[in-house]
Design a protein around this ligand. Structure first.
Ligand code: DGY
Length: 325
């Protein structure tokens, strides 16, 4: 019947790009969690009922058994608007025959840009320098003032050479780095193509001047960077994390930065998020922080939302999802 919507979809955040909402609305009745700036888990749960065909999960909250129980057997698909899915209980959903999709690929460039941006900011002490200007402490008359670290000629270690890790490597190579190394499960043809050398994690810790964390958060990678790892790193090393906060044991990082076990860090992700403004990490001059801006560009967020919508519609049409998990 003309005008009749085929499916009913829950959208867990009101700030979803309008281009994606319009596409979904053509065929679906939408229930959108309205709370700004961010619906709580309870507010999302209160909207879930047994008449949804799909959920567009735009939230850092866990999509778990409780959510699936509330949605019941009609639910066919959950599409998360993120590439990382450590908050999504994929196995539990699949056990129930529910398809799950994420948004790989479309955010690689944006996240890689943030990684390069943060790496240069901490290496060249840009935020620290800005604070000096604001505090009236510009001391450029001193030739040894605010000296940083060169990316040119350095060894860069990437932890996790997936799509994002590769995008970061591609952007760092033209800076004239001396050596690209990476760790992960295995040597990769993509790594060979980039001229990268596969090393075990301990070797990466020892050799790298810059380490960029680009691996997913799993039980294997949780607190991969702990006190022992920091003790292996060069005292001149810089750590950049654009993956997930919990890949790093934050207490150990704070101590490593305070005691000079490593030279600096730049974090786009941390624990918790949002980080309280008086958190010890905010007090460290040698730590640059960004509020999880990795994929936060207009084009990228729209592309992510569109891919999530395409995942939902494909699953409901019974066809191959463009980005299944
Ligand atoms: C992701 O997609 O996992 C990013 O962290 C979101 O910004």
């Amino acid at each position: 019947m003309a005008g009749m919507k085929q499916f009913k979809i829950l959208v867990t955040h009101p700030e979803i790009p309008s281009v994606a909402i319009r596409k979904l609305e053509e065929r679906c009745e939408l229930v959108i969690c309205p709370e700004v700036p961010y619906p709580s888990r309870e507010q999302i749960l209160s909207k879930i009922s047994t008449d949804f065909d799909g959920i567009l999960w735009l939230s850092k909250h866990r999509m778990d058994k409780e959510v699936l129980d509330l949605a019941g057997p009609k639910l066919k698909v959950v599409a998360t608007v993120a590439v990382g899915y450590d908050n999504i209980e994929v196995v539990e959903a699949k056990k129930r025959g529910i398809k799950v999709g994420n948004t790989p690929g479309v955010l690689d460039a944006a996240v890689a840009e943030i990684a390069v941006c943060l790496l240069l900011e901490v290496a060249r002490r840009v935020p620290e320098g800005r604070n000096c200007i604001l505090e009236g402490k510009w001391e450029a008359v001193r030739p040894q003032w605010l000296l940083g670290k060169d990316l040119q000629g350095s060894t860069v270690g990437i932890v996790g050479l997936g799509n994002i890790g590769q995008a970061i490597a591609k952007r760092l190579l033209p800076f004239g780095i001396e050596k690209l190394i990476y760790s992960g499960h295995k040597r990769k043809p993509e790594g060979d193509k980039l001229g990268g050398i596969f090393v075990i994690f301990d070797e990466l810790l020892k050799q790298s001047d810059f380490i960029v964390v680009a691996c997913p958060l799993t039980e294997e990678t949780r607190h991969l960077f702990n006190a022992k790892a920091f003790a292996e790193m060069k005292p001149s090393a810089i750590l950049v994390n654009i993956a997930r906060g919990d890949v790093i044991d934050q207490e150990a990082l704070i101590s490593a930065l305070q005691t000079g076990k490593i030279w600096g860090a730049a974090l786009d992700v941390m624990t918790p998020e949002p980080l309280p403004s008086d958190h010890p990490l905010t007090k460290l001059k040698n730590c640059v922080l960004a509020p999880h801006l990795g994929s936060a560009t207009e084009k990228t967020r729209a592309a992510m939302a569109m891919l999530a919508v395409d995942n939902i519609l494909a699953a409901l049409d019974g066809s191959e999802m463009p980005a299944p998990l």
